[in-house]
Design a protein around this ligand. Structure first.
Ligand code: ZN
Length: 148
């Protein structure tokens, strides 16, 4: 019995060997937006409403990291009941310099991440429904960053 793997949020990231977040790039000024739900360019001096989809950097550096002691609002889907605290990192993407929030990969806590340390995007299962495994992106410290 094989499970199909699907992104928990359609269109926000790709799945496969090298998963990546999907952003919107303004076709006029090149501004990159994530999550890809913008209806107009976020650049105040640009009025474009045209975007193309682009894969974003799979690596970045930790900008901030915290423990979530309260369950975030939807679309967060709790994987434990009762809710267990987990670590959240705000990561500045390598090339785009965009800050993207994500949970820290299973097995890592805020103590494993320092501001400025490197992380990479990984996918982890969120829930299983109707033989489909839904996955979300998480930030995992890269090997160079460990060993402290
Ligand atoms: Zn623009």
């Amino acid at each position: 019995m094989s499970q199909q793997i699907m992104p928990a949020i359609e269109g926000w990231f790709t799945i496969g060997e090298e998963p990546a977040l999907v952003g919107q790039r303004c076709t006029k000024c090149g501004t990159i937006v994530f999550p890809p739900v913008a209806t107009f360019c976020t650049n105040p001096s640009c009025s474009s409403r045209e975007f193309s989809s682009v894969p974003l950097s799979r690596t970045g550096t930790v900008w901030s990291c915290t423990d979530a002691h309260y369950q975030p609002p939807p679309p967060f889907i709790p994987t434990t009941d009762p809710f267990e605290p987990f670590a959240i990192a705000a990561v500045e993407l390598e090339a785009e310099r965009l800050v993207v929030l994500g949970q820290v990969a299973t097995g890592f806590g805020p103590g494993d991440l320092k501001v400025g340390s490197s992380v990479e995007l990984v996918l982890e299962p969120l829930e299983v429904r109707d033989d489909t495994q839904y996955v979300v992106w998480k930030w995992r410290p890269t090997s160079e960053a460990s060993g402290s």
